[in-house]
Design a protein around this ligand. Structure first.
Ligand code: CA
Length: 232
């Protein structure tokens, strides 16, 4: 899917040019907008495959751009934030962003995020024919049977670990915040739920990560949340 059309929303000209040049060099098609109103209009009229969105826009907060786009589309949105403050990223992810990049970022990092997102798109497209069985590396989940296997062996999961695994797998490639996960699993998000989440994540990982020190399937985003990665 190297013909992906990427909408770049960024008011800072040097940063916008850097992103556009990078996309051009790697044969991606692109559109560019420099404020939120223009961005929303372009997103609705051109239906891009992926959006790169700066959170600090001149006319509105980037998080409001996400909310507006999410009212009619699930197109992947990768947030670009100059702010090192995690709360902005968390707010953007909870509003429906898929991933984030922190300024200053490298071109390699930008391309890596784009590849992860495009793989997520193609995974979603290939899954649309058969939604009931999930395959990722050695991991398979038969959602209708409620069975998860690793390397062909059935996993002995507690119901909480299974719920967590299903939630992460159904959102492969997307960063899920602690709040999003706990609200989906417990229907609330208290501090002790986030602490419990860490415990369940540790026990789940012991069952699906061959190397505890370098997890391949579930990535930790310190202070933010977790993401299931697509594994070959
Ligand atoms: Ca800006």
């Amino acid at each position: 899917m190297n013909n992906a059309v990427v909408l770049v929303i960024e008011d800072d000209v040097p940063v916008r040019n850097l992103i556009i040049t990078t996309l051009k060099t790697h044969d991606y098609k692109f559109l560019a907008a420099e404020n939120g109103a223009e961005a929303i209009m372009m997103a609705s009229s051109h239906n891009p495959d992926v959006v790169f969105l700066d959170l600090g826009l001149p006319d509105m907060d980037g998080t409001d751009v996400i909310r507006q786009i999410r009212s009619w589309s699930n197109m992947p949105i990768i947030v670009i934030s100059a702010r090192s403050d995690d709360t902005d990223k968390i707010e953007a992810l909870d509003a429906g962003a898929d991933d984030y990049l922190t300024k200053p970022f490298s071109v390699e990092e930008l391309l890596a995020r784009l590849r992860v997102t495009i793989r997520r798109l193609s995974l979603m497209n290939s899954e649309s024919s058969d939604q009931s069985v999930y395959k990722n590396g050695k991991l398979t989940i038969d959602y209708s049977a409620g069975v998860a296997c690793f390397g062909g062996e059935e996993l002995k999961l507690t119901s909480m670990e299974y719920k967590l695994l299903c939630l992460l797998s159904r959102n492969t490639g997307k960063v899920l915040t602690h709040t999003y996960i706990t609200q989906n699993i417990w229907g609330r998000s208290w501090d002790n739920d986030i602490a419990s989440l860490r415990v369940f994540m540790t026990t789940l990982r012991k069952k699906i990560e061959p190397e505890a020190d370098s997890p391949k399937y579930i990535q930790t985003h310190v202070g933010i949340g977790y993401r299931m990665l697509k594994v070959d």
